[in-house]
Design a protein around this ligand. Structure first.
Ligand code: MSP
Length: 471
């Protein structure tokens, strides 16, 4: 592996960022920070952005009395701000209203048509504006979309251009089964394979009744279906940004489980139809609920990343709490009470105390050391990250911190002479610095504070704790 390209889903601008979106983006950040350490900054490309076309955005803009573009312009920065406060170090933020993206989309779709995979037909059936998706009978629960039970699916009958998904899906299935691209976790791969085996219908790639979108190049009465437009962002950024062509195909697309079908079947089919290489992997994470309830504006339980940052005094605590809250691929329920407890035990009392304790001992024992160079993450943590097991990587790291704490209790360096204690302290400082390199992938600000404390000749205890008490 000499380079790495990681993408996150791009977020609809009808909503403002919440912790569900934050999780997808955080995973992207962790993956790219890991590969940057291994391969160098210039060999990693991390892309995120916003999904700004389609009926849903058109409606949301109309409700606010704004043009869709003005509306998107007002919301897209909210995502950029949220990622900034969470310390997400992306390389490029793509917006699907960027004319450079629009051009690549048009060209790609022209190619699909030239290759004979598009035909004209009439779509009759139900559409869920919330999902921006045509619904089949089997998608419905009590006649409604299960993800948007408050919105009645709309009956639509309109002239559309169709993609020959049925034909392409045979190739898609073959490639998944041959392991040509991976779907993580395995259970999601199994679901996709079994659904593909049940048979697939062709899908619309244009909308005659929606004006807010990229015009279909060969028939300007239509706009391009918003999902097709959005999926192409992963490829388009590598085409219109200078020097980024080499990053295609992507190494991993990070997404939530609700949109796995789009990313593992429709996206692959489009690329096959256009004659473009397929991405190497799709990572589909689970959903968060809050106190057992779906996160939703109507329930009024939406938590923004900023709210959590205020409560826990910084981005790193929030990054830790979100990344350790779930096992990759599984849903997880979160609650302030559990977050508070975890903050206290693992951060304030755990890592925070350990750092304070070791620094204080160094100060008392007048410990001096020549600055130590840092190494890369240890192998068990690397393996977990490469398998996308972030909660396990954090568990391993925290076990190392606890083991160090236990060792200090056994060694009792405070009872020893400065000279003898110095030998113990050297081991502790080296260990903390070694672990800070893995920590920097997850909690970058904390890792850098730790390095500032210990990468000096004369170590002294910091005046403020790494993780202050809350509440
Ligand atoms: N715009 C589409 C994606 C197009 S990608 C070519 C979209 N946007 S979204 O804003 O609705 O969702 C963005 C991401 O947030 C998705 O990955 C979704 O799974 C994730 N989440 C939304 N709610 C979530 C939770 N409650 N929990 C965890 N992730 C969730 O879909």
């Amino acid at each position: 592996m000499s380079q790495f390209y990681v993408t996150t889903t791009i977020y609809y601008v009808n909503d403002v960022p919440h912790i569900g979106h934050a999780y997808t983006t955080l995973v992207g950040d962790v993956v790219s920070r890991y590969w940057r350490l291994k391969l160098g900054k210039e060999n990693v490309f991390f892309l995120t952005g916003t999904d700004e076309h389609g009926q849903k955005i058109q409606q949301a803009a109309a409700e606010k009395g704004l043009s869709p573009k003005d509306f998107a312009d007002s919301v897209a920065p909210r995502f950029q701000e949220a990622w900034k406060v969470l310390n997400i170090d992306y390389d490029f933020f793509i917006r699907t209203t960027d004319p450079r993206h629009e051009q690549v989309v048009s060209k790609l779709l022209e190619k699909v048509r030239e290759n004979g995979y598009i035909y004209k037909g009439v779509y009759k059936g139900l559409y869920c504006v919330g999902c921006e998706k045509f619904l089949t009978e089997s998608d419905l629960v009590d006649g409604k979309c299960p993800l948007h039970p408050n919105k009645k699916p709309e009956y639509q009958e309109e002239e559309n251009y169709f993609l020959k998904l049925k034909e392409l899906s045979i190739d898609v299935l073959k490639r998944i089964e041959a392991g040509q691209y991976e779907i993580f976790p395995q259970k999601r791969k199994n679901e996709i394979v079994s659904r593909l085996k049940q048979g697939v219908e062709d899908i619309s790639v244009s909308r005659a009744g929606v004006s807010w979108g990229i015009l279909l190049p060969w028939d300007k009465k239509h706009t391009i279906y918003v999902w097709v437009d959005a999926l192409i962002n992963y490829f388009s950024a590598t085409q219109f940004l200078k020097g980024k062509e080499r990053f295609w195909p992507a190494d991993v697309h990070i997404i939530g489980k609700d949109i796995t079908w789009f990313h593992t079947v429709i996206w692959q089919a489009l690329l096959i139809a256009a004659g473009i290489k397929l991405p190497k992997a799709v990572l589909s994470h689970g959903f968060f609920t809050i106190d057992g309830q779906k996160i939703s504006k109507s329930l009024g339980n939406v938590i923004s990343p900023q709210q959590l940052i205020e409560r826990y005094g910084g981005a790193d605590a929030v990054r830790y709490l979100l990344l350790s809250a779930s096992q990759m691929g599984e849903d997880a329920d979160i609650s302030f009470q559990r977050f508070d407890e975890k903050y206290l035990s693992d951060l304030a009392n755990g890592l925070g105390n350990l750092v304070q304790r070791v620094a204080k001992l160094c100060e008392l024992k007048k410990f001096a050391i020549s600055p130590i160079s840092l190494n890369s993450p240890n192998s068990s943590i690397s393996t977990h990250i490469e398998r996308f097991e972030f909660n396990l990587a954090l568990e391993d790291l925290w076990q190392e911190f606890s083991a160090l704490d236990a060792k200090i209790n056994l060694d009792k360096p405070w009872e020893k002479s400065d000279d003898k204690a110095g030998k113990d302290l050297k081991v502790y400082v080296e260990k903390i610095l070694e672990l800070s390199s893995s920590l920097s992938i997850f909690l970058p600000q904390t890792a850098s504070k730790i390095q500032q404390i210990f990468k000096v000749t004369k170590i002294s205890a910091p005046s403020t704790p790494l993780f202050p008490r809350i509440g």
